[in-house]
Design a protein around this ligand. Structure first.
Ligand code: HEC
Ligand code: HEC
Length: 260
């Protein structure tokens, strides 16, 4: 029995440990690669060791990235917000500069500086199995104040804005909630559990795929576009009808005839 147990333990160790060791080596080379990418593309704003740079007037040039986690890097770099082109009010979404391998390396490097949220693992079946109705309730309670009732985005004070949520991938939706970029609050797992987050994502994806049965959406941005439409098209056509009526009524044609 003892010999068998020892053999089993030894065998298991042999079977499992090499995989671990190579993983470690992979991690180390990923971190090294991420570090060198970071030094070239990010250190000018975030500091040589991602400690952040404060300007003379006490403003953040680039914040410290210690403890923001791989999820924040995957979101910021994956949506093209980072590297920021120039310091400004808000880092805008643009075409990503790095490919996914490089983003993973940058993420591994930042994750090695201090523990933070890891890149979430979300699959299509997670979305298919999520509760869309609950997701809609969570969305209306937590997100519509900034992102509008249909996720079309909206203006915020100080020249900032909450972007539209259409066409954002499930992974980036999840990471935005997990890391709270810029003005957006962090929705940690204590506030919205991983399942709640998946419900919200499923709701937004369902919303995106649903045709607008009620007619034109006018961009789903609420009273601004609807009011403009009512003024220009609604009142405009009433004025047009008014002009047409007065110019082609019997009285106006009679007057024209009299004058001639
Ligand atoms: C031109 C300066 C600049 C460059 C270059 C830059 N960043 Fe940033 N970064 C910023 C600023 C400013 C913020 C803060 C944005 C805010 O919150 O308003 C920021 C925020 C971030 C955040 C979010 C931190 C958080 O608290 O969630 C991450 C992650 C990040 N940067 C990663 C990177 C990476 C990786 C690179 C290189 C590929 C990079 N940045 C290059 C200026 C820069
Ligand atoms: C206080 C206002 C506010 C609330 C509440 C808020 N957000 Fe945001 N959100 C923002 C701002 C501002 C940005 C833009 C940040 C940036 O540009 O880095 C943003 C960005 C995002 C993005 C990134 C979009 C893109 O184009 O890459 C997603 C996804 C997102 N929010 C989802 C959500 C969800 C889901 C909720 C609710 C659980 C939510 N937000 C609640 C303000 C908010």
């Amino acid at each position: 029995m003892l010999v068998a147990a020892l053999l089993a333990a030894g065998g298991l160790y042999v079977a499992l440990s090499p995989a671990d060791a190579t993983n470690k080596a992979d991690d180390a080379s990923m971190i090294a690669k991420g570090r060198s990418l970071f030094q070239v593309g990010c250190s000018s704003c975030h500091g040589q060791n991602a400690e952040g740079i404060v300007t003379k007037r006490g403003k953040q040039y680039g914040p410290s990235l210690v403890g923001v986690g791989a999820a924040a890097v995957d979101f910021q770099v994956g949506t093209g917000r980072m590297p920021m082109a120039q310091p400004g009010v808000q880092a805008a979404r643009k075409k990503p500069v790095y490919n996914q391998d490089e983003i993973d390396a940058l993420g591994a490097y930042v994750q090695s500086l201090g523990p933070g949220p890891a890149v979430p693992d979300i699959t299509q079946s997670d979305i298919d199995n999520a509760d869309v109705v609950k997701g809609g309730q969570f969305f209306r309670t937590n997100c519509t104040a900034c992102h509008n009732f249909a996720g079309s985005g909206g203006a915020l004070p100080g020249g900032k804005h909450a972007p539209s949520l259409r066409g954002v991938s499930a992974k980036h939706l999840y990471e935005a909630m997990l890391t709270g970029p810029q003005q957006m609050p962090v929705f940690s797992d204590g506030v919205l559990s991983p399942q709640d987050k998946k419900d919200i994502i499923a709701y937004l994806k369902k919303n995106e795929a649903t045709p607008s049965y009620g007619g034109f959406t006018l961009g789903s941005i609420g009273p601004v576009s609807e009011g403009l439409f009512a003024w220009i098209v609604g009142i405009g056509s009433l004025v047009g009808i008014g002009i047409w009526l007065t110019s082609s009524s019997t009285r106006s044609t009679k007057k024209k005839g009299d004058a001639a």
